[in-house]
Design a protein around this ligand. Sequence first.
Ligand code: ASP
Length: 439
Amino acid sequence: MRKLELHWQILIGMILGVVAGLLFSRLGLEGFVKDWIKPFGTIFINLLKLIAIPLILVSLIKGISDLHDISKFRIMGIRTFAMYVFTTVLAVSVGLVIVNIIQPGSYVSPGTVAEISETYGTSVQSKIQSAETVRQGPLQFLVDMVPDNIVGAASNNGNMLKVIFFSVFFGISLLLVDKNLAKPVNDFFTGLNEVIMKMVDLIMLGAPYAVFALLCALITETTNPDLFVALLWYVLAVISGLLIMLILYSLFLYFYASKSPAEFFRAMAPAQLLAFSTSSSAATLPVTMERVEEHLGVEKEVTSFVCPLGATINMDGTSLYQAVAAVFICEAMLFDLSFSDQLTIILTATLASIGSAAVPGAGLIMLVIVLESVGLPADKMAIGLALIFAVDRPLDMMRTVINVTGDGMVAYIVGKSLGKVGPPKVKNWDDNYHPENAG
Ligand code: ASP
């Protein structure tokens, strides 16, 4: 019998997780879920994070050392960066248009504002403080990219840019070394890369069970669903913006890469579902790379550069959300925004999304910077953040899906533009495994 495809398995796991979560909450068994179910979700996320740094390091070194022409790397870098900036600015603009049409802030009553700010006021203080610590000089991002110690850099998953820098540097140097001397090093990385990709496949076998655990735990931890209704228009504004991004991605794929959007989404579905379940593009990265390379057929030198870079700096969902949330908060706080304030939001939300870490809730922290840029007073900001705090997690899950999808889309289009997309390379143990595909 043909096995159910991975994305269906994951989807079933998610649905069962939600149902079980509701059931356990009803039965008052939240403690049981926390002690006996949630740990399996955490273990799975740990496994994905565990593999992320070795995967970037090895696949990027291998990818670059496979390049025959180093000038291609420069073209790839420029195109990738240009597309990332373009899609991010586009996402912020879509967010602004939607929020100005829907005007969700005008539906929030002063009573709701008072009630929510009382409940969540203290929780957001720490977020505001976290944002204060990330404010730095204009060139700090360049300084942050260059590690002073590779072991130190590789010891923290938040240091992806540093690891990317080292891998590119190493890969280019390897290309410049005499072929005979480089050969054993190349062979080593080729073999190591296969092993690590296999580890990703093996980890993914646990995905359907892990998403069950993650969603079950999330549902039992969820607070007051009534807040959703109070903030319905805000939630709708964010969701419609995110859906528009999916439509735009489909158009780009179709017109710029002659790729059927349905095929693209089918290949990316497990990564998207995982992004939804984990709310972290960093944790999803190994799966994103595996899907883009093996299921979309984008060659390694493109995947291994574009995807990790995207997980770190390209967050279309987050930037769109920041634009909508910023205008929503200002509206609900009766703080007028001029046209030039909205232009400021385009700039700061773009930068804030680049600076957001690829972990749950990071977008909310960086929103502080967007709100400060338009001059919202601190007391109003605290209330405004408290207002959206309660519904942040589900929106985070959705924006992370867009973040990951955007990375895959750019990888495909850049790969296609460089003639580096071939047939899919699905392997043994992979979710679509059939004996005839075994490699
Ligand atoms: N959770 C998002 C991500 O990892 C970032 C955010 O918007 O909070 O991509």
